[in-house]
Design a protein around this ligand. Structure first.
Ligand code: PA5
Ligand code: NI
Length: 192
């Protein structure tokens, strides 16, 4: 039987989809080894396995021709001086792209490709970001009180390669500093 078109809405102010199939919650323990300040990480984890971000997914077949969509919500907060962020990943099928639409909050998308190029793009409501094939991506919430909410669309056959980032990290970090938000080189990039 053929699929039928479907709709859902993103009701304000929360923007949680009116229909979704999966609700993923990722906590501090899922980002072991990613935050620069290991002491602050361990202390925070000792107090509570804090919720960093949530993803609401619409399930579709993981096949070429399909599109996977959903909502990503990164909560405000910091580990040491580093803002809460997603794990980040390459797509397992490296030659697949992704589109993000920022709906709420403020932050950055940190991106890099295996060729060593990196781009850190600011996210703000109304901004559309095209992540080309080959670029790993991680969202970072830099607001002090508001969630960073993005809607994403990517090919059904993309898959996720989390292992490469777990092992090497991203080349750039988004940090708070007395001078404001700064983007710095990751001194631990690929040092594991
Ligand atoms: O497909 C994407 O890139 C997003 O849906 C992310 O999966 C989402 O933002 C959560 O990040 P991660 O998958 O890196 O945990
Ligand atoms: Ni992705």
């Amino acid at each position: 039987m053929p699929d039928l078109p479907f709709t859902f809405t993103l009701p304000t102010p929360e923007l949680i989809p009116s229909h979704y199939d999966n609700h993923i919650q990722r906590r501090l323990s899922a980002l072991k080894g990613q935050f620069l300040d290991e002491k602050a990480y361990a202390e925070m984890l000792g107090r509570e396995d804090t919720l960093l971000y949530e993803v609401y997914e619409i399930t579709r077949p993981q096949a070429a021709g399909e599109l996977l969509t959903g909502l990503s919500v990164v909560h405000p907060g910091k580990v040491g001086g580093e803002f809460f962020m997603t794990k980040g990943h390459f797509h397992a099928v490296l030659e697949t792209a992704e589109v993000y639409l920022c709906l709420k909050g403020e932050g950055f998308m940190v991106m890099e490709n295996p060729e060593g190029e990196c781009v850190v793009e600011r996210l703000a409501p109304g901004k559309v970001l095209y992540v080309p094939p080959r670029w790993a991506h991680r969202s970072v919430c830099t607001s002090r009180q508001e969630d960073l909410v993005t809607f994403f669309i990517y090919p059904g056959n993309s898959g996720h390669d989390y292992g490469t980032i777990e092992q090497q990290g991203f080349r750039k970090l988004v940090m708070d500093s007395p001078a404001g938000i700064v983007i710095v080189d990751n001194p631990r990039w690929n040092k594991k």
